[in-house]
Every structure is written in structure tokens, then in C-alpha cells.
Ligand binder design. Structure first.
Ligand code: CTP
Length: 230
């Protein structure tokens, strides 16, 4: 049977997939903690894993809000994109947008500490030592998990030592539904590269996802998540 263009458009509008009707908030990238107007503390995250999740969630029909820090990847214009560079700004942006979300995916590499004071002017090299006082940042994922109307939550754990044990501890302590363990002890995958190898962990389920592109890892994470939680 031949379908006309009008009918095809209608069919497309009514095409539903596994995440149709779901609101998903995803954080990604490396947080940036200013020291002075020209210097900052950050980390090696590129945002590529998070962006792969944004792209795949959109393909599966979700409405995605993307809160991003420093990234080395293209934004998806079909998401609602909000930039929040520091941990504190990201915390505020997440809390302002969390109420209507069904799922929160915390992929950002958030600095645990930031300088107590940001120098107004560039710090000059006129002293032998420079002491920075760092104060703890809020834990965004943990705070989302404490909400009375908590969405389903997926966190990431970047580990270099005792990966499984540490990821299990994070799953419990943060109170999230899923932790994606990213063993970053090897130089070939994890941070700042295009491929990854992860383990999907929930309270009573564990599945390793073998080394492949971040796009394919994201697809597989969502496949398991949908099967187990939706
Ligand atoms: N996370 C967060 N806010 C923070 C720190 C981390 O939301 N201030 C989130 C990350 O987005 C990730 C998870 O918590 O989903 C775990 O982050 P990770 O850096 O692996 O662990 P930490 O909680 O920082 O603990 P540690 O540094 O001791 O491993």
C-alpha cells in the first residue's frame, strides 16, 4: 500500500517509542571552579558520554533538559540546553528544573571542592607559596535523591581503585537507583576519549557493557534501564 505524504506525517506524529512522554534531565561535562578571572580548577571530562545519552533519549522520544558545564562536544538543539559551569550553579539549575522530571541522569564530572574565595583580580606571582582554601561543593545527585518527589536516578562512578566495591558504596550512600561504573584506571577508555567500557549496577542487578563507542554504550544503558525500571 502506498502512503501519501500527509498520512506519513500523521503516522510520524503518533509514533511512540519507549521514552515518549518522559521528561529527562541530564547533567554533563566538567565543572569549572574559578580561582581568579583567568584560572580555574576542573577535570578531564569531555561531556561525550552525557551527550550520547542526550541524543539517545531524544531518539527514544523523551523531552530532554541538558544542563552542561565545560564540554568538548556539540549540543543537541532538540534538547532544552542550559549552561551551568560551576558545581554551585549546576546545583541551582538542577533544583530549579527537577520538579517536572521523571528521570535524572547525573553524568557531569562535578568538582567536590571549590575555592573558598574567587580573587577579584588576577593573582600575581609575588609570593613563594600560594595556598588555596577549598570548601566542599553540594552533592547534586545526593540532593536530588533526597527529594520527597524523587525522579528515577542514574549516577556515574568514575573509579581508579576497587571499582565495584566503591560503586556499590556510591549506589547505597547517594540513594540512587542505578550507578554506571566507569573504571578510569586504564588510559584507553573513560574520560576524554570516544570509547568506554562500563558496568550497569542497581540494587539487585549487575551487567557489564563491553568496550564500544559512547553512543552504543548510551543505547545499551537505556535499553537495560527501560527493561528494569519502566
Ligand atoms: N556528583 C554530583 N555532585 C557532586 C559530586 C558528584 O552530582 N558534587 C555526581 C556525579 O555526577 C556522579 C556521581 O555523583 O553521577 C558520582 O561522582 P564521582 O565523582 O564518581 O564521585 P563522588 O561523589 O565525587 O565521590 P569520590 O570523589 O569520593 O569518588
Amino acid at each position: 500500500m502506498k502512503i501519501g505524504r500527509g498520512a506519513a506525517i500523521v503516522a510520524q506524529q503518533f509514533h511512540t517509542t519507549e521514552l515518549t512522554g518522559k521528561n529527562i534531565l541530564i547533567t554533563l561535562g566538567a565543572s569549572v571552579e574559578a580561582i581568579d578571572p583567568v584560572r580555574y580548577i576542573s577535570n578531564h571530562s569531555s561531556g561525550k558520554m552525557g551527550m550520547a545519552l542526550v541524543n539517545n533519549c531524544i531518539e527514544l522520544g523523551a523531552q530532554v533538559t541538558c544542563i552542561y558545564a565545560k564540554i568538548q562536544t556539540e549540543l543537541n538543539q532538540r534538547a532544552s540546553n542550559i549552561q551551568a559551569l560551576s558545581a554551585k550553579k549546576m546545583h541551582k539549575a538542577v533544583m530549579e528544573n527537577i520538579a517536572e522530571q521523571d528521570i535524572f541522569i547525573s553524568c557531569a564530572a562535578v568538582a567536590d571542592f571549590s575555592p573558598e574565595n574567587i580573587a577579584k583580580d588576577k593573582i600575581k606571582k609575588n609570593a613563594d607559596d600560594l595556598k588555596l582554601i577549598l570548601k566542599p561543593n553540594p552533592d547534586i545527585l545526593q540532593d536530588v535523591c533526597k527529594l520527597t518527589k524523587k525522579p528515577l536516578t542514574i549516577g556515574f562512578a568514575a573509579e581508579t581503585k576497587n571499582p565495584l566495591e566503591n560503586a556499590q558504596i556510591k549506589l547505597k550512600n547517594k540513594g540512587c537507583d542505578v550507578i554506571i561504573l566507569n573504571d578510569v584506571s586504564g588510559a584507553d577508555f573513560g574520560l576524554n576519549v570516544d570509547e568506554n567500557e562500563v558496568t550497569f549496577l542497581s540494587q539487585n542487578y549487575q551487567q557489564k557493557i563491553a568496550k564500544t563507542s559512547k553512543q552504543k554504550i548510551a543505547k545499551k544503558i537505556l535499553e537495560i534501564f527501560i527493561r528494569k525500571f519502566l
